[in-house]
Design a protein. Structure first.
Length: 142
């Protein structure tokens, strides 16, 4: 993997993504770029693309998920991709979830409920920020 601190490369999402909403890097240097739909123009698509270290698009990775409107993206310790989702985006009727995709294929594996707010109401919007501790996997409490 190239040392990006010494050899920075320009990454231009506009070529592939009209409304970028998340960026993550895997341990082997793959770059995941989440693409949403711009609520003002309707441009874009609700998907996540994977790029190789050299910037070329990996066409065998394919996220097709009718419930995805990505708000953030992170690669988990298990190599799978996790994305916050607010679907439909910016709607008062949106449902907020965290979605897990197979890191090799993009196939949806699991959907997690993001829970309730301090007043006990179900969280419906803006599930931003996914983080993993270096040695812990994302788990759902029983």
């Amino acid at each position: 993997m190239p040392d990006r601190r010494r050899h920075p490369a320009e990454f231009v999402p506009g070529k592939y993504v009209k409304f970028p909403r998340g960026l993550a890097e895997s341990a082997i240097g793959h770059i995941y770029l989440a693409s949403g739909i711009d609520p003002q123009t309707g441009e874009g698509q609700n998907t996540i693309l994977r790029f190789r270290e050299d910037g070329s698009l990996v066409t065998t990775f394919n996220v097709v998920d009718a419930g995805l409107s990505p708000t953030d993206t992170e690669v988990g310790p298990n190599g799978d991709l996790f994305s916050g989702s607010e679907f439909p985006f910016n709607s008062p009727h949106a449902m907020a979830t965290v979605r897990e995709y197979d890191g090799r294929t993009g196939t949806l594996k699991r959907v997690f409920d993001v829970g309730v707010d301090a007043d006990g109401r179900r969280v419906r919007q803006k599930p931003h920020g996914i983080t993993f501790a270096p040695t812990e996997a994302f788990t759902r409490p029983d």
